[in-house]
Design a protein around this ligand. Sequence first.
Ligand code: ATP
Length: 368
Amino acid sequence: MDVAGLGKQFGDEPVLSDVSFSVRPDEIVALLGPSGCGKTTTLRCIAGVETPDEGTISIDGDVVESGDVSKPPEERHVGMVYQNYAIWPHKTVYENVVFPLKYTDNPFPESDYEHRVTELLELVEIAHLKDEPATNLSGGQQQRAALARALVHDPDLLLLDEPLSNLDKNLRTSMRDELQKLQHEVGVSVLYVTHDQEEAFYLADRVLIMNDGEIVERGDPSTLSRNPESPFTRQFLGGWNRFDGELTEVDGERLIEVPFGVFPLADVDVVPESIPNGPVQCFLRPTDVTVTADRTDAGAHFEAHGTVVTEGILGELYETTIAIDDADTEIVVRSETHHDLSRGGDVPVQFDLGSVQVYSGRGQPDAP
Ligand code: ATP
C-alpha cells in the first residue's frame, strides 16, 4: 500500500498535510501520535470512507484514490477494525462475519461462505460462538469477531484503529500477542493506528510518528526508541527530561546555559552535529541521572542538588522526581536500585554530560 502527498482539511482546518508512506507486503506499520494528530483521518482516507483533498493511494498496485479516481470501500480490498468493535449487536456472530463476503469484492464463491466464516472463527478461537447473538459476547470476544469480519474476504490490507484500547490491561496484552501471531499466520499487511507507544513498538516492524497532520519521523522500533531524531518524537515517546537552554559564546568557548547551570557544548551530544548560538532544547534520559555520589565514570559530568518531590515504582524501576535547588526545574530519575529517599530530603543529582542531547530551537511540542 502506498500513500503519497495526502492532504485534507475540515473547513479551514488543515488536518493532513503531505502525508506519504508505504506498507510493504506482510508488514505491520504503526501510525503513532497524540490525540487529534490525524491518524484516524489517514486511515479513513485509505479505507475510502473519507475523501482526501489531495494525494494518491494505491493498494496492492491498484490506484484507489487519485484526482478523479475514488473507489468505494468495498472495491479497495481492505478490512477494518475499530476501537469500539462496531459489530451489530442483534445479529449473530456468523451474520456479522459473513457480511463482507456478501458486500465486497472477494475471491470466494457463495457456496464457500459458510466454510470461510468457520475457518476465520476458528482462527480467532470463537467458532463455538458462531450462532450466538453478538450481544452475548464479552469485549474481547467481540474484538475477535471484528477481526474475523475484517479478514474474512481476504483483504490486501488490514486497517486497525486502536483495536485494543477498550479492553482491560491483561486482555490487551494477550490480544496484542494473538494479533501478532494472527498476522503471521494470515500474512496480511497491517496499518495499526494507536496513541499507545508500547503497543506500537511491540507490534510494528516500522513506526511512523505523526504530529499535527504530518509524519515527523519514521523508523524501526529499536532505532526510534533509542535514538529519535526529532525533538517532538523524543518528548512524545516520553520519559525524557527536557530543559530549555541558551547557547552562547564566551571568550571563544561555546556554553549552554540551562535553568540550573552552565556546561560546555563540546561535552554534550549535539543533534544534528552543528547548531547555531541561540535557543536550544536539552534532553536527558531519566535512567542516565543518578542520585548518589558513587560514580564509576570519570568523564565530564554535571552535579546539582535538589529536593525529592515524589517517589514510586514504575514497572521494574524506581522513579524519583527531584526539584533542583534555586531553579524552577524538576529532574526525573529512574533507577533499578531503591535509594530509600524520603520526600522533602536533600539529594545530590548527577549525570554525564555526554548523555545530554541538544537540539537547536525552542519548538515546544505538545505534550502527548
Ligand atoms: P484520536 O487518537 O483522538 O482518535 P486522531 O489522531 O485519530 O485522534 P483524527 O480523528 O484524525 O485524529 O482527527 C484529526 C483532527 O481532525 C482533529 O482535530 C479532529 O477534531 C478533526 N476532525 C476529524 N474528523 C472531523 C470531521 N468529520 N469534521 C471536522 N473535524 C474533524
